[in-house]
Design a protein around this ligand. Structure first.
Ligand code: UD1
Length: 431
């Protein structure tokens, strides 16, 4: 099984190009099937979650032409089925966007109950509440969510919890509904705005995306569009924390600095230097990091998807820090792996990590429990002296394109290996 072999101790130095946002792309691709005209989506990250969603789309008759690694042309005029099978959903949670998209376009959809990263209980009750409010009947049978409507009618929907997935899914179903839909307490994440912008470029009428009230005036039909996905806030944040954790100097390029504000604010508090330009952010860390406290929150708060990365950084910072996870229930499982490296972190009540910073981490053989924690463990290994390995990198590959290649270009000693023989070779090479 593939794993990363890492020799730590080198600071990350240089420039790295950030790809398109995975979580925006998942919503945009689902939206693309809502027209029978050809859409072109650019700046698509070449990562497993995206490729699986494209396969799920092909499985119901959507024609997907990959014109280059980051561009697809999509023609959904010949959709022949409205059932998304279990296999696809098990691999990625966001296939559930096909529920909103198919329900909106055909007034019927059957999608298996979602899986995805195991980071706590991840409900879909709000998605279902939204579809029902729009007039659909929704039932769960044989592991499938079945949504059906004679017609969808605009409605006033209040989300009890701020949910990215529910906001996007309801938006998808509502754009072709009759009349006006209002989503209150909507998620404001950049990817919600990106999906709304894409839908508007196809002729939808959505206002207020990026605020907590989204207003949608239903239209009859959507048309072709050519759209480029926004840069990935979390990939950028991961490399920025990579600079901090390894006492490096990294410029993330092709980013929207505004989307990174909560991340840069924390890095500044921790003693890093930040330089921003129009589409790049440079992070320099020249001394030991300082402690801070952080609570994950919906955008524009500190993202839960950056929680493991900041925990690793605080694990080697001076003093005591507290990280509070307020979005998901069970997102500190990776802490056991950090403890193997000598970190002094105690998880209290499941959602709070109390961190006594240690001077250094030691190398270890680790396993990635999920996508973001997997990436954070790789950063920890890059900071630790000696040779480490990280298994289960399939999780990391769900959301990071060429992760090890980009890290290598910043001076990291990391290789993807497939056998013990290759590990021995790596050890001989790096000494
Ligand atoms: C999305 C992101 C994920 C990120 C998360 C929070 C995608 C594909 N994934 O996940 O990377 O970590 O946002 O920024 O974009 N909830 C309910 N009922 C629902 C839906 C959600 O109670 O029907 C709760 C969840 O349990 C969680 C909170 O709402 O506590 C936020 O979840 P949500 O924003 O929906 O996360 P996802 O869309 O699954």
């Amino acid at each position: 099984m593939e794993r990363y072999a890492i020799k730590g101790g080198n600071p990350l130095v240089g420039e790295v190009e950030i790809g398109g946002a995975k979580n925006a792309a998942l919503g945009v691709l689902a939206a693309a099937i809502m027209t029978d005209e050809m859409t072109i989506v650019e700046n698509l990250p070449d990562v497993r979650d995206i490729n699986v969603l494209l396969q799920a789309m092909e499985s119901i008759g959507v024609m997907v032409y990959r014109t280059d690694r980051h561009t697809v042309r999509i023609n959904a005029s010949m959709i022949s089925g409205l059932v998304i099978e279990d296999d696809y959903i098990k691999k990625i949670r966001a296939s559930y966007y096909l529920l909103g998209a198919l329900l909106g376009k055909y007034k019927h959809a059957e999608v298996a109950l979602p899986g995805g990263c195991n980071i706590g209980s991840r409900k879909i009750d709000l998605h279902i509440k939204g579809f029902k409010a729009l007039g659909a009947q929704v039932k769960i049978e044989h592991g499938l969510i079945i949504a059906d409507a004679k017609q969808l009618k605009g409605a006033h929907i209040y989300l009890d919890t701020v949910s990215v997935g529910a906001t996007i899914n309801i938006m998808l179903a509502a754009v072709l509904a009759e009349g006006k839909t209002i989503i209150e307490n909507a998620a404001k994440e950049p990817h919600v705005v990106d999906v709304a912008n894409f839908l508007n470029s196809m002729g939808a009428n959505i206002k207020g995306a990026g605020t907590d009230v989204v207003r949608i005036n239903g239209v009859k039909k959507l048309h072709a569009s050519n759209y480029s996905i926004i840069p990935d806030q979390i990939e950028a944040g991961t490399f920025m924390f990579g600079a901090a954790i390894t006492k490096g100097d990294v410029t993330v390029k092709n980013v929207i600095p505004k989307h990174l504000e909560s991340i840069t604010a924390k890095l500044i508090e921790m003693g890093c230097q930040i330089e921003e330009s129009d589409d790049a952010v440079r992070v320099t860390a020249s001394k030991r990091l300082e402690n801070t406290h952080v609570k994950t929150l919906p955008y524009p708060g500190f993202p839960t998807d950056m929680q493991p990365q900041i925990t690793v950084a605080l694990g080697i910072a001076e003093g005591t820090s507290i990280v509070t996870e307020s979005i998901f229930d069970n997102r500190f499982k990776y802490v056991d792996e950090l403890v193997k490296m000598g970190a002094n972190i105690k998880v209290e009540g499941g959602n709070t990590a109390v961190i006594e910073g240690v001077e250094r981490l030691t190398s270890a053989n680790l396993s990635a429990p999920d996508l973001r924690a997997g990436a954070a463990l790789v950063l920890a290994c890059l900071a630790a002296e000696g040779l480490s390995t990280v298994e289960d990198i399939k999780y990391i590959e769900r959301g990071y394109e060429d992760f090890e290649v980009k890290l290598q270009s910043l001076g990291a000693i990391i290789e993807k290996i497939d056998s013990d023989k290759e590990l021995t070779k790596f050890k001989l090479k790096v000494g």
